[in-house]
Design a protein around this ligand. Structure first.
Ligand SMILES: NC(=O)c1ccc[n+]([C@@H]2O[C@H](COP(=O)([O-])OP(=O)(O)OC[C@H]3O[C@@H](n4cnc5c(N)ncnc54)[C@H](OP(=O)(O)O)[C@@H]3O)[C@@H](O)[C@H]2O)c1
Length: 269
């Protein structure tokens, strides 16, 4: 299950492709990450699969999450989801997806097509758990009606410049995890004085502070991405950094709403 301690800090793989991508993902697994986050849309499930085979870790110790969206499909059929997920399994070279997300719904009709197929895929052991990504609180209400299996996680953007209070409450009400993407605000936390000052106080850097702040929130799982072996290792330091109440309040009080992933067609609530 996703609440296992070793999955508390995942590894994001967006844009990690080709040889460089395989090397970064392999380095992440060997450094200690056990929760890997990819997506059909990232076009790198083969690289993630290759890294899983190359790393010195058993498949059973890893938690592999991928995502499928069907907004790019003119037909938007349930069969597209079934065959797309099978392709993901083949590319990853694994037998079961630990967590399958519906990625970027484009309206509630999308949700009504996809989630009933997710019920089937869990019953067939093709996916162990289901998640949703970029859902609004209203979308979560609809998911409650459509899913026969528990919702394991919502994945959405969250970092000190987008604290997602309302959405987090909606996820907690469902006993699900909030998987925080862009957890270091795609690098922008280094430009926020309140964060760099907290980092200085603890002799660390702003990325580590941002990740530790996320880890201090109930059931939040950050999934930072990096292609640098130094950053891959140093980001793990967030697991050992204990921010005090004053640090956390300082970051909480930034009170900003800055999104880095904001497609023009998306209607956030
Ligand atoms: N569900 C969705 O719709 C969705 C959307 C966006 C992202 N995601 C997932 O979330 C993951 C993470 O989000 P993200 O990739 O948007 O952004 P992010 O993890 O917030 O930031 C990644 C950037 O930060 C830099 N970085 C990482 N660690 C650093 C450190 N210690 N010091 C300095 N720079 C550092 C990386 O550069 P270097 O490579 O040079 O370290 C990279 O440019 C993605 O990879 C993906 O798996 C999901």
């Amino acid at each position: 299950m996703l609440d296992q301690d070793s999955y508390r800090l995942g590894f994001g793989t967006y844009s990690l492709t080709d040889k460089e991508g395989i090397n970064a993902i392999t380095a992440a697994i060997n450094a200690g990450y056990r929760h890997l986050d990819t997506a059909r849309l990232y076009g790198n499930e083969e690289e993630v699969g290759e890294a899983i085979r190359r790393a010195n870790v058993e498949r059973s110790e890893l938690f592999v999450a991928t995502k499928i969206a069907h907004f790019e499909e003119p037909e938007k059929t349930p069969d597209y989801i079934r065959s797309g997920v099978q392709e993901s399994l083949d590319k990853l070279g694994i037998e079961t997806i630990d967590l399958l997300y519906h990625h970027w719904p484009r309206g509630q009709d999308d949700i009504k097509t996809v989630l009933p197929v997710f019920n089937e895929l869990v019953n067939q052991d093709i996916a162990s758990q289901v998640g949703v990504s970029n859902y609004t609180p209203n979308d979560l209400d609809l998911a409650d009606d459509l899913l026969d299996v528990p919702l394991s996680a919502l994945q959405a953007e969250m970092h000190p410049l987008l604290p997602q209070q309302n959405l987090r409450e909606a996820v907690q009400d469902r006993n699900a995890h909030f998987v925080a993407y862009s957890p270091i605000a795609q690098g922008e936390v280094f430009d926020v004085p309140e964060i760099t000052e907290v980092a200085k106080k603890h002799s660390t850097n702003a990325a580590t502070v941002s990740l530790a702040w996320l880890l201090s929130k109930d059931s939040v799982i950050p999934i930072p991405r990096s292609k640098s072996s130094e950053h891959i290792r140093s980001n793990l330091g967030a697991l050992d950094l204990e921010l005090d109440d004053e640090d956390i309040e300082r970051i909480d009080s930034l009170d900003q709403q800055k999104r880095y992933e904001d497609p023009s067609w998306m209607e956030w609530e």
